[in-house]
Design a protein around this ligand. Structure first.
Ligand code: P6P
Length: 347
């Protein structure tokens, strides 16, 4: 008989991997898990609400219907505030950081960066959406937490994860010692370990990018796309194109099956579309921990200097050999896009 292991039990069990852990990070992860279950309940009703919503612009109780991404944001901020372990929340939904009152959380030592409901434009067509989160330890040692605590490079993450609200709801996270996946069992309201030690295949045969932007892609991406579409039985080409338009769902599929996800720069968006702090860095941490690779086409995502909360980055992440291959095309066909390495003499 297989023993069910809940997220809470797993977190406590793994706490011994961190000799100095006193349970704060464990509590923080559980707070995120609780908020995810509340968001999941509302996301699953979205279709129903839409049907009710056709009666008017208000729900059946006469309340103005909150957009689900705003609702999700409120749920995570509330859970993190009440939980007492978080001193700053950086959210895709808020221009400024949310500093949590140090009276409520006097000993809070963690910063959480979050995209509370990524891909939410897909909700009304019933396509999977997700939550992405990233956790840092605060740097400042006294007084209220400061902006610099929220502007740390991806290498400083102590944990990262995502929730995919799909045919089932899964929470996948890493604390730097591998990646584990938990499936929500609605009958008991618990995330249960379903995908231990997740490992990304080194090779994959799925490519995920919005080909509608082809004419705006860098030359290296255009050449790689044609490479994916060539007939070559020895390398299983042509590959399959799979793109949902929800980063979490696209990435989760590629993590399980192997594949590459690309959101490159274009002339009009030289840093691409996706945000470094609460989309690229957490996903890069997870993919690397699962044995994949995550770069901006030239340089490791996690080493990218974080200069502002909502800065964007091109992103190429997935099966290691696929990302290495597209990097060859980028170096050969658009080397001018490589980030300029700051010379030591310039420092
Ligand atoms: P496009 C959703 O809006 C999102 O932030 C990611 O989840 C997704 O991968 C990407 O944007 C889709 O963008 O330009 O292809 O619609």
């Amino acid at each position: 008989m297989s023993v069910v292991k809940t997220l809470g039990q797993f977190i406590i069990e793994k706490q011994k991997d961190f000799p100095y852990a006193k349970g704060e990070l464990s509590r923080l992860l559980r707070d995120i898990g609780i908020a995810s279950k509340i968001v999941n309940r509302e996301v699953n009703k979205a279709g129903l609400v839409d049907i009710l919503g056709e009666v008017g612009t208000q729900n059946s109780h006469g309340e103005s219907q909150k957009k689900l991404d705003v609702f999700a944001n409120e749920q995570f901020i509330s859970a993190l505030t009440v939980g007492g372990e978080c001193c700053i929340v950086v959210s895709e939904e808020n221009d400024e950081p949310i500093y949590i009152n140090s009276e409520i959380s006097p000993n809070a030592k963690y910063i959480v960066a979050i995209d509370p409901l990524d891909g939410s434009s897909n909700i009304d067509v019933n396509v999977s959406v997700g939550t992405i989160f990233s956790i840092y330890r605060r740097l400042s040692t006294d007084g209220p937490a400061q902006l610099k605590d929220a502007l740390q490079n991806g290498t400083e993450q102590v944990a990262a994860g995502y929730v995919v609200y799909g045919s089932s709801t899964m929470l996948v996270y890493t604390t730097g010692k591998g990646v584990n996946g938990f499936t929500l069992d609605p009958s008991i309201g618990e995330f249960c370990l379903s995908h231990p030690d997740m490992s990304m295949p080194k090779d994959g045969y799925i490519y995920s990018l919005n080909e509608g932007n082809y004419v705006h892609f860098p030359q290296g991406v255009k050449k790689y796309l044609k490479y994916c579409q060539e007939e070559d039985a020895s390398t299983n080409r042509p590959y399959s194109s799979r793109y949902i338009g929800s980063m979490v769902a696209d990435l989760h599929r590629n993590l399980l099956k192997g594949g590459i996800f690309i959101y490159p720069s274009t002339a009009s968006a030289p840093n691409g579309k996706l945000r470094l702090v609460y989309e690229c860095n957490p996903m890069a941490f997870i993919i690397e921990q699962a044995g994949g690779r995550a770069t901006n086409g030239f340089k490791r995502i996690l080493d990218t200097e974080v200069e502002s909360l909502h800065q964007r980055s091109p992103i190429f992440l997935g099966s290691e050999n696929m990302v290495l291959k597209v990097e060859e095309f980028m170096r050969e066909h658009c080397p001018e896009l490589a980030p300029r390495e700051v010379e030591s003499s310039e420092l």
